[in-house]
Write a protein that binds this ligand. Structure first.
Ligand SMILES: *Cc1c(COP(=O)(O)O)cnc(C)c1O
Length: 396
């Protein structure tokens, strides 16, 4: 029985929506075409003139393109926002959004630890334009309040803190932002809309690196910003066009293809990662598993309130410190060593790798980074992944 037309799937279950919504108007093609063209031509002077002042008309692909818009519609619906804008990378989405929102003299209160690219953007780039940021642990609400200054414009945060996966009380932070009239931006790359929908918690603007779980196949670099229609229109029609980091049509199409399996991929990532986390949590060589959804974690109660499930990403800390991390990483066969995460392949990475090998002293923070392994559990058979990890741990 056909209960919905493809167009009507916007508010259906998220996997039904991702399968059908947004790509229904191309001669019934079940796979939408790639509009690889850079420009669109017009039959008359008047037709071109109209295109400049009407929404939904295309004239140049840096500005907008039908293949981009298919992915944008799906992503906006997935995050329960009104509209989305795609960018050439997660960093392009973050930098374009911040350059759009901020001007000289503005101040940002930013969560910490945060994705290193974002941290560097504040510390080395935005500072050149007189935009400053203070970094605080969002678990400490008093510190968030104390960091707000008269020139603070926005609060910037991530659903899970980078590497250690700490979480914070989202509605409490939204409340602080409201009290001070501040905009809230959340990078939701780690949690994904499969487990957290920040807009439903009152966050104004959601950003993703779509290079991770959203595309899921480690073959697309992309970013997206999701918010209200009015805000996305402002961003898209002005600054985003000028900054020029729009996503290419082929990448947009690959992202749309990846989204069609988003729901099943995330379920499998979560199931496998859950089993691996429980095993690691009991292993004598493992000092701590950084995954707030685990019952033993001190933030368990807050985490289950806010996150509907886990993803395939978490980290763990080794009793044997940097030496044990090195031995384990070299001994694993199925888990490949690499940055990034969220694809079909299992990956491991240690944040200690960013400390220069010739640096001889360590702060407490650096020691923690060094004994930590981040794991992105892929879609391989769980028995094979468990066997690889257990063997490598037992050989230590
Ligand atoms: C990867 C990542 C980014 C940057 O995205 P790119 O697509 O690599 O530019 C930003 N934030 C988080 C949390 C990320 O993991």
């Amino acid at each position: 029985m056909r209960i919905l037309s493809r167009k009507e799937t916007k508010d259906a279950g998220s996997q039904t929506m991702l399968t059908h919504y947004g790509d229904e108007s191309f001669h019934g093609a079940v796979v939408p075409p790639v509009f690889i063209n850079t420009l669109f031509s017009f039959e008359s002077y008047e037709a071109f003139q109209r295109s400049q002042f009407q929404d939904e008309t295309y004239y140049y692909s840096r500005v907008s393109n039908p293949t981009q818009q298919i992915a944008e519609k799906k992503l906006a619906a997935l995050e329960k926002g009104e509209a989305a804008k795609l960018f050439a990378s997660g960093m392009a989405a973050i930098s374009s959004t911040l350059l759009h929102c901020l001007r000289q003299g503005d101040h940002v209160v930013c969560g910490y630890p945060i994705y290193n690219g974002t941290y560097q953007l504040f510390q080395t780039f935005l500072i050149k334009f007189g935009i400053t940021a203070d970094f605080v642990d969002f678990r400490q609400l008093d510190q968030v309040r104390a960091a707000i200054k008269p020139n603070t414009k926005l609060l910037y945060c991530e659903g899970y803190s980078t590497f250690f996966m700490d979480v914070f009380d989202i509605p409490a932070v939204v409340e602080i932002a409201k009290e001070h009239g501040l905009l809230t931006i959340m990078d939701n790359t780690c949690a994904t809309p499969a487990t957290l929908r920040p807009i439903e918690w009152g966050i104004d603007i959601v950003i993703h690196s779509a290079s991770k779980y959203l595309s899921g196949h480690s073959d697309v670099t992309a970013g997206v910003v999701i918010s209200t229609q009015a805000w996305i229109d402002e961003l898209s029609k002005n600054d985003a066009v000028l900054l020029g980091a729009s996503l290419a049509p082929l990448e947009s199409w690959l992202l749309t293809r990846g989204l069609k399996t988003f729901g099943v991929r995330m379920k499998q990532h979560a199931e496998s990662a859950g089993r691996i986390a429980l095993m690691l949590n009991q292993h004598p060589q493992v000092a701590r598993v950084n995954l707030p959804l685990l019952e033993q974690h001190e933030q368990h109660e807050l985490a289950v309130r806010q996150f509907s499930d886990m993803t395939g990403l978490f980290s763990f800390e080794m009793h044997g410190g940097a030496a044990a991390v090195k031995r384990l990483m070299n001994s694993l066969r199925l888990f490949q060593i690499g940055v990034s995460w969220g694809g079909f392949e299992s990956l491991i990475y240690s944040p200690g790798l960013s400390i220069h090998p010739e640096q001889t002293t360590r702060t407490e923070w650096e020691t923690r980074l060094e004994r930590t392994i981040r794991i992105s559990v892929g879609l391989e058979d769980i028995d094979d992944l468990m066997e690889d990890l257990q063997r490598a741990l037992n050989e230590l």
